[in-house]
Write a protein that binds this ligand. Structure first.
Ligand code: TXA
Ligand code: MG
Length: 317
């Protein structure tokens, strides 16, 4: 594996060629780092599952650089989904849509729909558009962590998670730390009304405002969607919510909450947006420090707090 610290235009071009050749390329997005492969190449996609240790029937999100690529992967796109795409792409939102023949079972986990996203990150968009110029149609990319673990928000965290599992020709592109810090909002657009499958930075209210439709927040019980499993996003340390830590425990809370005596403060975000951005790095730091327990005070409110509390619930399950 090569770690590319300086992503020049030439380096991005080479990384796109690596994808075309069937190698894996980990890259930054505005949410978390993704582990990318050519979404039309079954052998390359299989490597993602091996490196992550992920069950092979869990579907992957296909990343594209612009709306013109959408029809390659999705069909019968409802009007509300087009409104969502126009309002929030590029951005932290994944739409689940009926698939075309290009979206094979090895991408969709055998389902008749496919997840699509246009990320809002300069390096990601440059890589995706270069890949498309070289003849690719889309890049499959789950979060670049081992199955069930915390998503990486820096390139160094990707290296620590996956370095030992990647091949010599695979790449990790360093694009700094991720702006949003939690994974995209996933919206099922295969029925009359949008259904939020995973909360994220595109909130219930934003979806309602953009479409004029009240989205359904009832999650379909589908164990194939790994982010929907009860336990996920977990560090090795035990995560305990809304209780008081003892000396030697880790602690994550908003900055206006004081650190109890002898407790190891892992993050003090000033607001909920910063909370989302710092959370995964703080959980990772707990493992680096080999803490056995991390106490977390959940943020209040809706919007991004919903996404944070969804991940915290799963991290603590
Ligand atoms: O922000 C993100 O979405 C990041 C970045 C890299 O784009 N990606 C990400 O991918 O979080 P992943 O695979 O770690 O989580 C995607 C979730 C999984 O729970 C997967 O099962 C679900 O989306 N998913 C993907 N395609 C689906 C589909 N067709 N139907 C239902 N769920 C789907
Ligand atoms: Mg993931």
């Amino acid at each position: 594996m090569s770690f590319i610290a300086s992503c020049t235009a030439a380096a991005i071009k080479d990384a796109a060629t690596s994808l075309i050749n069937g190698d894996l390329v980990a890259f930054p997005t505005e949410t978390v780092y993704g582990l990318g492969a050519d979404a039309a190449n079954e052998i390359a996609v299989k490597k993602i599952y091996q490196v992550k240790g992920r069950p092979s029937d869990h579907p992957l999100i296909v990343h594209i650089s612009n709306l013109k690529q959408l029809d390659k992967w999705a069909r019968e796109i409802p009007e509300y989904a087009i409104k969502l795409a126009r309002s929030f792409w590029p951005g932290p939102m994944t739409l689940i849509l009926p698939r075309t023949a290009l979206a094979k079972d090895f991408i969709t986990g055998g389902q008749d729909n496919v997840g699509i996203r246009i990320p809002d990150q300069t390096l990601a968009l440059a890589l995706l558009s270069e890949f498309e110029q070289q003849g690719g149609a889309g890049v499959a990319a789950p979060s670049a962590n081992r199955f069930g673990k915390v998503s990486p928000t820096t390139a160094k965290a990707v290296e620590a998670e996956l370095g030992a599992f990647l091949d010599s020709k695979d790449l990790i592109l360093d694009g700094g730390s991720c702006e949003v810090g939690v994974e995209s909002t996933i919206i099922d657009c295969t029925t009359q009304t949008p259904i939020i499958l995973r909360p994220g930075a595109i909130t219930h209210l934003m979806i309602k405002d953009a479409t004029g439709i009240e989205p359904d927040a009832t999650k379909k019980v589908d164990t194939k969607a790994s982010g929907l499993l009860e336990s996920h996003y977990s560090p090795s340390a035990k995560v305990i919510l809304d209780q008081t830590p003892k000396p030697g425990d880790g602690f994550i809370a908003l900055s206006d909450i004081k650190t109890p005596e002898g407790v190891i403060r892992l993050a003090s975000p000033k607001n909920n947006i910063e909370y989302a951005k710092l959370l995964y790095q703080a959980l990772r730091e707990a493992d680096n420090l080999e803490l056995s327990t991390v106490f977390v005070i959940q943020p209040q409110g809706d919007g991004i707090a919903d996404a944070i509390n969804d991940r915290l619930k799963k991290a603590s399950a």
